[in-house]
Design a protein around this ligand. Sequence first.
Ligand code: C2E
Ligand code: MG
Ligand code: MG
Length: 389
Amino acid sequence: MDSVREGDLVARFSGDEFGVILNNINGIEETIVLADMIRQRIALPFLINGREVFSSVSIGIAMASKDYNEAEEVLRDADIAMYHAKEGTKGIEVFDRSMHTRALTLLQIETDLRHAIERKELCAYFQPIIEIQSMKLVGFESLIRWNHPTKGLVPPGEFIGVSEETNLIIPMTLWMLQHSCEELARWQNQSPSNKNLFLSVNLSGKHFARKDLVTQIRRVLVETQIDPSTLKLEITESAVMDNAEAAIKMLKELKQLGVQLSIDDFGTGYSSLSYLHRFPIDTLKVDRSFVSTMEDGSENGEIVRTVISLAKTLGMNVVAEGIETVHQLHQLRILNCEYGQGYLFSRPVPLPEADTMVDDKLRWQKILPPRVQMKTPQNKPPIQIGLTQ
Ligand code: C2E
Ligand code: MG
Ligand code: MG
C-alpha cells in the first residue's frame, strides 16, 4: 500500500488480482514509473514462517479517456493488457487497441471451439512412424485437426494455445485419446501382424499437471481394451522439466498403467541430465529443428548423434522428428537411430489413408536404393556418456 501515493486507490478484485486507480497523473510515462515502483516493491523477497519467498507481478495499464463510457471498460482493457504482460518479459504493458482486437479473436476462437467439440468438428490425423533399419511401419502419432465450417482444416498451432488457456484442452485430449485408441484397437484386431502397432498421443503440460489424468487414461485403456504398452503418451520437455519432482511422481503413476512415455520436441527445452536419469521415459523424440538441418559434420548433426548416445545410455529409444530428405534418413541410419517420422514418409493423413498404410507396412522400403552400404564413419566413434546420480 505504501507504494502508491496519497489519493490513489487500491482494491482487490479476486484471488491474486488487484486494481490501482492513479489519480492526478501526468501522462503515460509517469504511470509507467509508478507501476514499475510497485513491481519492484512486490519483487522484493519476504518471509513466511521464517522462509524467504519471492513473488512476481504482471501489470496492465489502461489510461482513462473520453472514449470510455463505463468504468468496467477501463478495467476490461487493463485486464487485457495484464494478460499481455503475463505473456511477455517486461512485466508491464500499456493497453492499445490491437490488444482488444486480439482478445476478440481469441474469444471468437474459444466460442467456436466450444461448439466444435459439441458439433464433432474435431478429427484425428495420423502420421506414420517408421522403424529406420527395416523401413517398416511400426505406429502412428495422432495429431488433432479442426474441421472448421468456414475456415476449412485448422492446424493445432492455431487453437491449442487458446484451448490450454480455457481448459478446453482437457475434453479435447480425452476425445483424441478415446477416438484414436479405438482406431488402434480396430487395427490390432484386424490381423496378428498389427498386434504390436502403437499409437502416440500428445498431452499438454496443463493436462499433465492434473491429478485425474491417471484415472482418465486408465478409463480409456479399459474401454478400448488395447494392450497398454501400445499406447505412448508424448509430453514436451518443458512440461516435465518445469516442475520435475511432481513430473517424476506423475510419470511413475502413468508408467504403472503399463503405457509408454515419450519426451516430445527433445532439445528445445532445458533438460537437466540428472532429472532425465530419474524419469521413467521410454523414448526421446529429437526435435525437427535439429533433424532438418543435420548435414555431415554440422553442429546439429552432432546434437542428434549426442542425443542418440544419451538415449542409449539411459536405456531409451529415439524417434527422429521431421525427416524430409533421403540424405537425413541415411545419416540417421548410420547413427543407429531406431525410429523416424516426417514428410519423407508421409504427412499426417486422415483415417482412410492410415488404413491403407496399415495394410502395406513395407511400402517405405522403396525409398532407399536396394543396396545401401551401412558404415559407421571412421573418425566418429560412438559417444560414451556416463551419468552418475
Ligand atoms: P508435435 O507433437 O511435435 O507433432 C509433430 C508436428 O510436426 C506435427 O505438426 C507434424 O505435422 C509436423 N511434422 C511432422 N513431420 C514433419 C516434417 O517432415 N516437416 C515439417 N515441416 N513438419 C513435420 P502439427 O500436426 O501441426 O502439430 C503441431 C503440434 O501441435 C504438435 O507438435 C503438438 O505439440 C501439438 N498437437 C497436435 N495434436 C495435439 C493433441 O491432440 N493434443 C495436444 N496437446 N497437442 C497436440
Ligand atoms: Mg508429438
Ligand atoms: Mg514434436
